[in-house]
Design a protein around this ligand. Structure first.
Ligand code: BGC
Length: 757
């Protein structure tokens, strides 16, 4: 897509040319970047040796863009303009090393360039000309840049069970982030989605360890490629390390109680995999695990992260979390003590983010000898290293014109494909779907029917995602996509209900009389973090009531859910003829849903979590033998479930050996046949369960998967390779072990046992 360069854009380019002339230091020329570790280390030492204690502490400080912008710090106007004198104060007086985000508005690329030019040119005036590391929450695309490609949220991307698609999307996001003059993204979220009420559930990679490890690593690879100094790549920031996603009550930033053995078996492995995948930065869990705020936990931040995982990068705090140790959590008895505890626990950079207090306290602590210089040097080394690896000294950003493919047609196609592969068909009674395209009338209703907000969720244009309909004007909602598909004249529309209040439902019920089918779009409005807390996992009563009333009309109702977490539908699910789970499918979500409803695309998404039926029955698929009674595990829909318009059969489950020992690998193969009438994709899922173990074993755990495409009648053989390490777990002594004994393999309806010596 060719972007028309506005007058504003030309003006911005002229300003840049001027800055380059006036500030020769703007090009700072470290002449090292990327993977040249030896030269980078040398350069880091060289810079560090010239720095004053104040400059070092400044590098460890991150403030929000609002601090250096015109107006009050929480300025809601749009777009924010840089306040040059505030910016100079931040960088030249307080030596700030990093700036982040926006709060309430997305910017054009031109505006982002203007901001970055101003920031980096002031940085180039500083004594050592150290560039600013700018970070942004680009979590489903560059959601704070207008016009960017907004993909399905992480939970939907995981439902594709397609890591190469996930990697490609991350690569597009990296491109579009750099095209906004930004080199660092606060993504991926690696916390497991095992607490469905948690308002950040949609940011997770689902409930399973193996799936999260695989998808998390794919995202990092897509963002970073082999070299983060590339002008098309960014540094990732894995978050939120660790245990954040599992608050006991489901409310955001409330205590989690996770025994260490459970932390190590479930919550640590995705981070371990991300360290291996080369993520150079990490954001810390904002909350409390086992009574200790993680920002204060030397055990989690240093013993485990540094000494066991050997993470060498930057650990950045989350939003105001050092201050919270004192003000919110009552853990430290003053702000200064909070700074000391956090830095000594292992926090390298503080997302302060509203002022320079961190800097003030830390400088005092250093001068008083309460925080040793070695610890400051260690943190600053890590920060300088990332800046050098990103190539920021030579290129704080690249010219705006270098990104002609920003939001290109190809990226939109990729986005549509992702949304299509994520959408999960959960019920299809008597093959009510796909719907016919001719000679029908369809009633499209529900508050999600004509909304871009409900397709994108939070972190879209603003933090809470409440401006999406304004910025996405002209994009296809579910209603518009259906109208395009079968003609406006064949579509009846009435919203019928708000999120938690009925409106014009009687009128809608009358309309239903004229329809052959009803497409009912329910779910959630957008939210992010704490404002998304709920007291009740059920969908609000008015939605359930409306669904039941529509079903009473006798017309077949197809329920389409756009929601960030599995809101319970058990009060009416039985009366729906079809159920389609779309998660938060992003800007192509409307088109993707219509393509699936009318059969232009064969659904292939699978649930990346267990969809619960009751609020007090929130089990996961890897339950214990003690819970295998159907009263214990009886979800609305199980993990890994998703229907297709064709059918598959599985046969010939074969093992290369019945026993493995030492380093031997076991090859497991299975034949999968498309037994239906149309082409389709199936996710072959390999589960293995240890029959007896010293920590009671889960009945099964996902150990491999492969998404394959099959023509009608076609058979493919899928192979998995397993070794003893894949069968290991952390035991009661916190040691990773593989215990000898019998293991049970399950693939679809086939099972087989093997023995480990
Ligand atoms: C969130 C982080 C986010 C940060 C910056 C925090 O409130 O927990 O995930 O990266 O804000 O916006």
């Amino acid at each position: 897509m060719i972007r028309k360069k506005s007058f504003y854009g030309i003006a911005v380019s002229l300003v840049l040319a001027f800055i380059l002339l006036v500030f020769p230091g703007f090009k700072n020329s470290a002449n090292v970047a990327g993977n040249d570790t030896a030269s980078i280390d040398k350069k880091v030492n060289e810079i560090l040796s010239k720095m004053t204690p104040e400059e070092k502490v400044g590098q460890m400080t991150q403030v929000t863009l609002a601090v250096v912008s015109k107006g009050p710090v929480m300025n809601p106007t749009m777009p924010q303009q840089i306040d040059l004198s505030k910016l100079k104060d931040a960088i030249l007086k307080y030596h700030v090393g990093s700036i982040l985000n926006v709060i309430n508005h997305a910017y054009t690329r031109d505006h982002w360039y203007q901001i970055q030019e101003q920031i980096q040119s002031v940085a180039s005036e500083s004594r050592l000309r150290i560039p600013i590391l700018f970070g942004i929450d680009a979590i489903h695309g560059v959601n704070y840049t207008l016009g960017a490609t907004l993909f399905p949220q992480e939970i939907g991307m995981t439902a594709t069970w397609n890591p190469s698609l996930v990697e490609k999307n991350a690569a597009i996001t990296a491109y579009e982030t750099r095209a906004s003059a930004i080199p660092w993204v606060f993504s991926p979220v690696l916390g497991l989605g095992r607490q469905p009420a948690w308002p950040r559930f949609y940011e997770t990679l689902g409930e399973d360890v193996f799936l999260a490890k695989t998808m998390g690593s794919a995202i990092i690879k897509g963002y970073q490629g082999n070299n983060i100094s590339s002008k098309y790549k960014v540094a990732s920031c894995m978050k939120h390390y660790m245990g954040y996603s599992f608050p006991l009550t489901g409310k955001d930033r409330t205590p989690a109680w996770i025994p260490e053995v459970y932390l190590r078996n479930y919550f640590l492995p995705p981070f371990e995999a991300a360290v291996k995948a080369g993520s150079p930065t990490l954001m810390i869990n904002s909350s409390i695990v086992n009574g200790i705020p993680v920002h204060a936990s030397h055990h989690i931040l240093t013993d485990i992260l540094r000494n066991e995982l050997h993470f060498k990068g930057v650990a950045v705090s989350d939003w105001a979390d050092i201050e919270k140790l004192y003000k919110t959590y009552h853990y430290a008895s003053s702000e200064k003590e909070a700074v000391k505890i956090a830095v000594m626990a292992g926090v390298d950079m503080s997302m302060v983010p509203y002022d320079f207090s961190f800097e003030k306290y830390l400088t005092e602590l250093v001068k008083e000898g309460q925080v040793p210089m070695w610890r400051i040097n260690q943190a600053v080394r890590r920060i300088l290293k990332v800046k050098l690896e990103l190539g920021l000294f030579d290129h704080p950003f690249y010219p705006e014109k270098d990104y002609p493919d920003f939001a290109s047609v190809a990226s939109q196609k990729e986005n549509l494909l992702s949304a299509e592969e994520s959408v999960t068909l959960l019920k299809n009674q008597n093959n009510v779907l796909p719907l016919p395209k001719k000679n029908i009338k369809i009633l499209v209703t529900g508050f999600g029917a004509n909304s871009m907000e409900t397709l994108n969720g939070g972190w879209s244009y603003n933090w809470q995602g409440t401006q999406t309909d304004k910025f996405d004007k002209g994009k296809n909602t579910i209603l518009k996509a259906i109208q395009e598909k079968i003609g406006k004249e064949n579509v009846l529309y009435s919203d019928g209900t708000l999120f938690n209040k009925s409106i014009n439902d009687q009128q809608t019920l009358k309309m239903a009389q004229q329809a052959d089918y009803i497409v009912l779009c329910l779910g959630e409005m957008a939210y992010a973090e704490t404002p998304g807390n709920i007291n009740d996992l059920y969908l609000p009563d008015n939605q359930a009531k409306f669904a039941k009333e529509l079903a009473e009309t006798g017309k077949p109702v197809i329920l389409v859910l756009t929601e960030g977490r599995p809101r319970l539908i058990s009060k009416f699910a039985g009366r729906m003829k079809g159920i389609v789970m779309a998660y938060l499918p992003g800007n192509q979500g409307g088109n993707a849903i219509a393509n699936i409803l009318f059969g232009d695309v064969n659904p292939s998404g699978k649930l990346p979590f267990t969809y619960p039926k009751y609020p007090n029955s929130l089990e996961t698929y890897d339950y214990s033998y003690a819970e295998q009674d159907e009263h214990d595990y009886n979800p609305q829909f199980p993990f890994g479930f998703g229907l297709s318009y064709t059918s598959f059969s599985f046969s010939n489950l074969k093992l290369s050996a019945d026993t493995i020992s030492g380093n031997q690998k076991l090859t497991i193969s299975v034949d999968v046949k498309n037994t239906g009438k149309r082409e389709g994709k199936e996710v072959v899922q390999l589960y293995i369960g240890d029959l007896y173990a010293s920590i009671i074993p889960p009945v099964r755990q996902l150990k491999g998967f492969d998404k394959i495409d099959l023509h009608p009648g076609e058979t493919k053989t899928v192979n998995f390779f397993i070794d003893k390490q894949d069968l290991s777990f952390v035991n009661a002594n916190l040691k990773r072990v593989t215990e000898p004994g019998t293991f049970k393999i399950t693939i679809a309806n086939l099972t087989s046992n093997f023995f480990v010596k």
